[in-house]
Design a protein around this ligand. Structure first.
Ligand code: SAM
Ligand code: SF4
Length: 326
């Protein structure tokens, strides 16, 4: 078992397959011109499999593939197939643009649940937020996944003045379809133009929904990052990922591996452990993994608190979200 200094058992690994992406969400990518990591510097498919196997032997029970956009990687299908052989719950976070090419792969891998990101239900706003004309494709791929019986969780980053007035439209969507909307509080990363004034908090989101609907809270499951709710009579649910206003670090079980093979013990950790170089040098990764988790800070990578007004983005030490893997 991988346990940190606060007795938290870590059994969930998120692996970024690439820092490349076919969308350009401004809150995720750094502001300056960005060059994607060349393929030779990324973990190769066999390296991902071998490193993941070491984590599984240490007690990992769930693996999520993310990125960048994991499904733009040419060998994504091969990697999914390799990891599906492990005794873990395998899942993916994707922008949804390529899902129609992966229906068979997903089914064969036994994947039953996907996180698909969609911040707006309006085509022109999608273009504004992602700088790509892919709204119809993403929307139809969500329907495709639902028709295939996949449990779909829709991730929507909510920002004041940009898409906050769509909150109730998202909740209306849960009436007829079993989609699980997850409103995400806007988080600060290197070069992402974060501003506390743009953060729509959990309480504000909830109050906005409550203006229009009766809302019932759902039970929290262990390690849940989302506070979950249902509108009685609706087929789907909605939730808020309140990282900024009410973080869920207390029972965190997550570890991250960046596409270039660096282990991060927290989304906001300042330090990284270079597992890929160690692996290529034939070193034993087990002590490195345990040491990384022993060094984990109690909350939010030790970098800030819920007092958002005090966050100075220029002082945060982190990669941009696209290079970490959300
Ligand atoms: N490309 C895939 C996607 O968009 O789902 C996977 C990677 S993306 C980095 C993972 C998740 O992180 C997405 O749901 C995205 O909206 C979220 N995300 C990115 N930047 C964020 C930020 N600054 N604050 C909150 N969530 C963010
Ligand atoms: Fe790409 Fe996902 Fe980041 Fe958008 S949120 S730029 S889709 S990695």
């Amino acid at each position: 078992m991988i346990i940190d200094g606060f007795s938290r058992v870590h059994d969930y690994l998120r692996i970024s397959l690439t820092d490349n992406c076919n969308l350009r969400c401004f809150y995720c990518m750094p502001e300056e011109e960005y060059t994607f990591t060349p393929a030779s510097k990324l973990m190769q498919a066999d390296e991902i499999e071998s490193i993941a196997k070491i984590f599984v032997a240490q007690g990992v029970k769930k693996i999520r593939l993310t990125g960048g956009e994991p499904l733009v990687r040419k060998d994504a299908a091969d990697i999914i197939e390799r990891l599906s052989k492990f005794p873990v719950k395998l899942t993916i976070t994707t922008n949804g643009t390529r899902l129609h090419e992966f229906v068979d792969v997903i089914k064969k891998a036994g994947i039953t649940s996907l996180n698909i990101s969609l911040d707006t239900l309006q085509k022109d706003r999608f273009m504004l937020m992602t700088r790509r004309d892919q709204f119809d494709r993403v929307r139809s791929n969500i329907d495709l996944m639902l028709s295939e019986g996949i449990n779909v969780r829709v991730n929507a980053v909510v920002m004041k003045g940009l898409n906050d007035h769509e909150i109730s439209d998202f909740v209306a969507w849960t009436k007829e379809q079993p989609v699980h909307i997850r409103f995400i509080e806007f988080m600060p990363f290197s070069g992402n133009r974060w501003d506390s004034a743009k953060v729509m908090t959990w309480q504000e989101i909830l109050s906005r929904v409550s203006d229009e609907y009766d809302v019932l809270p759902l039970d929290r499951e262990k390690h849940d990052t989302a506070k979950k709710y249902i509108v009685p009579g609706h087929q789907g649910t909605f939730a808020v990922i309140s990282t900024m206003s009410a973080p869920f670090c207390g029972d965190c079980n997550r570890m991250r591996l960046t596409a270039d093979g660096k282990m991060k013990n927290c989304l906001f950790s300042t330090s990284e452990t270079d597992l890929l170089t160690a692996f290529r040098n034939g070193e034993d990764l087990v002590p490195l993994i345990h040491q990384s988790i022993r060094d984990k800070k109690k909350a939010l990578g030790g970098q800030f608190t819920t007092d958002m007004g005090k966050i100075e983005t220029s002082k945060l030490e982190n990669r941009s979200m696209i290079t970490i893997g959300g």
